[in-house]
Design a protein around this ligand. Structure first.
Ligand code: HEM
Length: 503
């Protein structure tokens, strides 16, 4: 049986070599024993596992399929076959940097026309990755973060003013929409000294619309083959070109304004570092074209995922009044009657941070990352992989693996992140920021920003949800709650500083 399938595998691999899409390496080419890995039943010749598949929610689809097929499985759409991994043991192996590294494939590779060799989309071997990483890493140091804190507070103040207005009018707030305004303004102002004026607009800034268009297009290219694209989605390529041109044009204006003002290094922000700083040992600088790619990368990567993380956290707070009360009590205890916290008071909100971690566990807003073999190896002792073969780690299922998180893994419970509970778990089971050398450079930035904003909002409001709302999650490479609106009640000054629950 195994031998027959193996011959099939070889024949299909031969056929695929001829048709494979440039830049996409099908699982057939790198996994000699692919037949050992289960795939959904009802596979259709040429078309693959498309019965019942959703183009709009491939991640949630994969989650459903993964639960049925187990910790490693494969899916095929047309000529593309992908191996998915979510079991904690296998994912821990893939985190081993001596055997595996980031694979730039699928959605990440589809973003190359926009983000080029910017940090997120650079291939591991591209010299600009190390160069930009070394130049920009100090922009995420503790000292740099302390410098961004007052600007983060300014933007949070704008959000509070907007929400006060909505609550006075008795209107609910559009959580993902407003969190996107907040996080876009925060990265634009702290990183690039640019003000998009998002809170002065009733509709999303065109930058956000173009970005969502570009991300959605990159996601759809994973499932719709290029030849069928024009048939299935007429006009999509043209719209994508327009979105990219808009994003590039915006970035060029931001950079041009700084060059005109004179990039003296006085801002001390990411853009100053890109324009002014030479590599500490080689003296090399980023080229103008690479700066363009880095700016677009940071404007997109620096806000979309944090906005989703904040939105999911607010959703869970509104659904769990006990958690909300405990978080509010902590804010009162740590911040006292200080209206706006100092930098170091943010990290002291340990329970609020657990709320955030638990939200990122259930809905990691960057829901997957890809890893490729550095040399021939065997995954889990049974799945040989050739050098360059890769797998997609499905973070959302890894974060719900019952063997690690228990039978109640689907339940929201911030206490899972109490230090003792964290110490009791194996490493590499919580990976919302990716892994290894290519893990998220903005992790501390995102965590500081999100904890600060949650603290400020918890102090100011009680949140309640429409009881009929059921969480729906939109996918555009990232995850975002869809249609989430909350009702706000301003808290009294006495309630804001009541340190103990029920005090
Ligand atoms: C909750 C918020 C965030 C989440 C969940 C998140 C998640 C991730 C993940 C999973 C990766 C690795 C992707 C891969 O392996 O292919 C990554 C990389 C990256 N992220 Fe984030 N991110 C967040 C916030 C941010 C922020 C605020 C910034 C910038 C200010 C940022 C900038 C980047 C960059 C530049 C990379 C590429 C790093 C490299 O390869 O050197 N991210 N992020």
């Amino acid at each position: 049986m195994a031998r027959t399938q193996s011959r099939e595998t070889q024949a299909e691999a031969g056929a695929e070599r001829a048709t494979v899409i440039k830049g996409f390496r099908s699982a057939r080419l790198g996994w000699p024993e692919l037949h050992r890995i289960p795939h959904p039943p009802r596979r259709i010749p040429l078309l693959g596992d498309i019965a019942g598949a959703s183009v709009r929610s491939p991640v949630q689809d994969s989650m459903r399929i993964g639960r049925e097929l187990g910790p490693i499985f494969r899916r095929k759409a047309f000529e593309k076959e992908i191996v998915f991994v979510w079991g904690a043991d296998l994912a821990a192996e893939l985190a081993d940097e001596s055997r595996f590294a980031k694979h730039v494939g699928l959605g990440v590779a589809n973003l190359r026309p926009l983000a080029g060799d910017g940090l997120f989309t650079a291939y591991n071997h591209e010299p600009n990755w190390q160069l930009a990483h070394d130049i920009l890493a100090p922009g995420f140091s503790r000292a740099a973060m302390e410098g961004y804190h007052p600007l983060m507070l300014d933007v949070a103040r704008q959000l509070a003013a907007h929400w006060d207005e909505r609550s006075r009018a008795g209107d609910d707030v559009d959580v993902p929409g407003d969190m996107t305004k907040l996080t876009l303004e925060t990265i634009a102002r702290t990183g690039f000294g640019h003000d998009f004026g998002s809170f002065e607009r009733s509709r999303p800034h065109p930058f956000v619309t173009a970005m969502v268009g570009a991300l959605s297009y990159a996601q759809r290219r994973n499932t719709v083959p290029p030849l069928l694209g024009p048939l299935l989605q007429p006009g999509a390529a043209k719209r994508n070109a327009a979105d990219r041109a808009y994003l590039d044009g915006t970035v060029d204006k931001v950079v041009e304004a700084r060059r005109k003002a004179g990039a003296t290094g006085a801002h001390g922000d990411l853009l100053d570092r890109m324009l002014e700083t030479a590599h500490p040992t080689t003296g090399e600088r980023l080229s103008a074209e690479n700066i363009r790619r880095q700016v677009v990368t940071f404007l997109v990567a620096g806000h979309e995922t944090t906005s989703g993380a904040l939105s999911f956290a607010l959703h869970y707070l509104s659904r769990n009044p006990g958690v909300m009360a405990r978080a509010q009590a902590e804010v009162a205890e740590v911040w006292g009657d200080v209206e706006e916290p100092a930098y170091e008071q943010v990290a002291r909100l340990r329970y609020v941070r657990r709320v955030l971690d638990e939200s990122l566990r259930l809905w990691p807003t960057a829901p997957a990352f890809a890893r490729e073999a550095l040399h021939d190896t065997t995954l889990g002792g049974v799945h040989p992989m050739n050098k360059g073969a890769w797998a997609l780690v499905l973070i959302m299922l890894l974060h719900r693996d019952p063997s690690v998180w228990g039978e109640d893994a689907e339940v929201f419970d911030p206490d899972r992140f109490e230090p003792k509970a964290v110490r009791g778990r194996p490493p590499h089971v919580f990976k919302p920021f990716g892994t290894g050398a290519r893990a998220c450079i903005g992790r501390q930035f995102a965590l500081h920003e999100a904890t600060l904003v949650l603290g400020l909002l918890l102090r100011r409001y009680d949140f309640s949800a429409d009881p009929d709302y059921r969480l729906r999650v939109a996918e555009r490479l990232t995850l975002m709650p869809s249609g989430l609106r909350l009702h706000l009640t301003r808290r009294s000054p006495a309630a804001r500083t009541a340190a103990a629950v029920g005090a």
